[in-house]
Design a protein around this ligand. Sequence first.
Ligand code: RIB
Ligand code: CA
Length: 318
Amino acid sequence: MARKLILDVDTGTDDAVAVMLAALHPALDLIGCTTVNGNIPVASCTDNTLRVLEHIGRGDIPVYEGLARPIVRSEFPISRKVNDRAGKYHPGALPVPPTTLAKQNASAVEFLIETYRAATDPIALVPVAPLSNIAACIALDPKFVSLVPELVIMGGAHALGNVTPSAEFNIWGDPEAAASVFAAGFEKITLVTLDCTHRALITAAHCHALHALGTPAGQAAADFIGHRIAVHDDDQKQEIEHSTPVHDALAVGFLINPALITTRRLHVAVETHGELTVGRTVIDTHFRGSEAPNCDVAFDADATGFAELLLRTFAGKA
Ligand code: RIB
Ligand code: CA
């Protein structure tokens, strides 16, 4: 039976690839997408998510709109104070046709709480955006944490930062939300960090192969990833020339094939006060703290396996 999941997204270019991978791979059953303020304002994230789902023929998957800003900080409304660098990676409207679909009436938080209360099968929750929606669920429903069997988060970093020298965008985008998620006591958290996603680079050659598939998903993935490569070439060259991480899709890839990433069980907490370090995931790699490990932290990835998974899935041959 296909594994059920919900994707929490701020669609964005790499979120879009994650949505297509989750919607098209036969091993997964994407039962819904929730959107949140992040790369771009939440309404645009919702529109992009609907566009992508309709483009690949999965307009049946419902989309629920979530929080338009972080749960505490007013000065981090990313839609207004979007870090110019992050904004480059995520053009407003994605290059796929406008959607004829509409978001659901229920909010993302209502959908998440009600779905997990009613669930009879395990549903993995996969946030690949700031954790505002997840933190709101924790605050509103004391049982929510116990009802979620598995959380796969794209976010955080140990040796890297992308939005600041010390923080990764999703955690930085709502530090208090992230701090509450890691401290909440979820049964199983896998954290797909930048250290991991930057080990699974997708290249311009992969984009040519994706485009040559001739499928809507292959061509869209080539466009979305190609955009990222162009920005990385200008802004943050990778070890492999003309390449980019596709962060969010790797988090979905892990659900399909856990061997795609390598993890270590460690304690993770989030800095919410440091002037230079706000939004940093503090990963206790040498067990210096007093807290027990709360997370399987990914530091490495199988780049070849990841690229092959995208190509097979978007060719319709997974
Ligand atoms: O740091 C990478 C993360 O930030 C990805 O989820 C990307 O979509 C952006 O949200
Ligand atoms: Ca994202």
